[in-house]
Design a protein around this ligand. Sequence first.
Ligand SMILES: Nc1ncnc2c1ncn2[C@@H]1O[C@H](COP(=O)(O)OP(=O)(O)OP(=O)(O)O)[C@@H](O)[C@H]1O
Length: 206
Amino acid sequence: MTLTVSDLIVARGGIAVLEGVSFTLKSGRALVIRGPNGIGKTTMLRTIAGLQPPMAGKVDAPEESFAYAAHSDGLKSMLSVEENLRFWASVFGQSDIDGAVQAFDLEDLLPRLAGALSAGQKRRLGLARLLVTGRSIWILDEPTVSLDTQSVARFADAVRAHLAAGGSALIATHIDLGLEGDVLDVGPFKATGHHADPAGFDESFL
Ligand SMILES: Nc1ncnc2c1ncn2[C@@H]1O[C@H](COP(=O)(O)OP(=O)(O)OP(=O)(O)O)[C@@H](O)[C@H]1O
């Protein structure tokens, strides 16, 4: 499954933040997105994942191939860790949660309410969710925030296994995950201010 992004312009609050973004991400590959705070990495990832419309350009990928994970992981705080994983697995038509539990060392946490987890534990659960989606293109926004060293290593292993199984990953991160992969610095795509959409009030961030 190949993701092709062509001449993409992404906007926040109706104002272009990145323009002319083009790249291809093939099966089995990771692409790390780099750039300073506020340049538009989150906006770009949300646009590619289909959570907000592009101002211009195209995102081509097979339908229903994306799994997106960011800060608000959509955890159901009143459900247990196990119930959360089973819920997502059923949403995505899967039934097996064991691989996800093992990959993120969640065994001991299975009966705990998601809302009562620490920040790092919540993040591990949010990342474990990726594994139960069965989706092939992972779009990850700062996935390692709050993770301890061991959990970062586990996460990197999970990404490696995903790539080895033919998946791919687009990852905005400031840290070096030690993954073999390509790096895209979005600095050169900073918008020049020519693209503004006066009607483009950006409700997706409310
Ligand atoms: N609700 C909003 N409405 C309009 N503009 C916003 C809104 N929230 C953030 N912005 C601006 O949009 C731009 C892009 O933000 P974005 O979160 O995509 O950057 P980022 O590269 O992911 O940053 P970071 O590395 O800090 O996470 C920034 O200049 C930011 O200040």
